[in-house]
Design a protein. Structure first.
Lengths: 111, 112
């Protein structure tokens, strides 16, 4: 069965450029989450979408970060004017219950 | 202020013995607790959960214990197997809040 997919799997960009990360959740999952994991650290919550409700953006670290979700399907996380401290693995998850199904992540490297 | 803490960054256990991973939390509004396992280059996978109305939940070799008064939970793996070697994340959720708060993870190594 199809799980959560993310693209690209790896992204190398130069400081100051914008990047877009994509997440395809499991069909039928109303909730979608974005997390960031820096090297050697835990999962840092970024943003949460639940159905048609306003997203919980409380974890976005700065206004350079934004995310959109179309209905209950694809989501994109956009980072503008990337900085070196944005280098991390960005994980997407979807759920329809208490536990979440994670994608494999996008490893972002900002040079 | 970190609301979910895993104070042991790593744990090494001999195959066949018990692995005990610990997690502490500070938010008394949490009412659902989860453990995830993560292998390198993969996303975390859900392992086991427990509701705040229970103090124990068992699934095969995995048991989670919850001590609400101490705001502490633990994951027991017995017997431990080399394939259990991974990073284990503790997470907690409030009812109707949707999002989970994760700890920093504990790297478990099970030696053959």
């Amino acid at each position: 069965g199809a799980g959560v997919s993310q693209s690209p799997s790896n992204k190398v960009t130069e400081k100051g450029k914008d990047v877009e990360l994509r997440c395809d959740p499991i069909s039928g999952h109303t909730a979608l989450y974005w997390y960031r994991q820096r090297l050697g650290q835990g999962l840092e919550f970024l943003i949460y979408f639940q159905g048609n409700s306003a997203p919980d953006k409380s974890g976005l670290p700065s206004d350079r970060f934004s995310a959109e979700r179309t209905g209950e399907s694809v989501s994109t996380l956009t980072i503008q004017r990337t900085q070196q401290e944005d280098s991390a693995v960005y994980l997407c998850a979807s759920s329809r219950a208490w536990w979440q199904f994670f994608g494999p992540g996008t490893r972002l490297t900002v040079l | 202020d970190q609301q979910v803490k895993q104070n042991s960054p790593s744990l090494s256990v001999q195959e066949g013995r018990i692995s005990i991973l610990n997690c502490d939390y500070t938010n008394s509004m949490f009412d659902y607790f989860l453990w995830y396992k993560k292998y390198p280059a993969e996303g975390p996978t859900f392992l086991i959960s427990i509701s705040s109305i229970k103090d124990k939940n068992e699934d095969g070799r995995f048991t989670v214990f919850l001590n609400k008064s101490a705001k502490h939970l633990s994951l027991h793996i017995v017997p431990s197997q080399p394939g259990d070697s991974a990073v284990y994340f503790c997470a907690a959720s409030e009812a109707n809040a949707g999002k989970s708060t994760f700890g920093d993870g504990t790297t478990l190594t099970v030696k053959p």
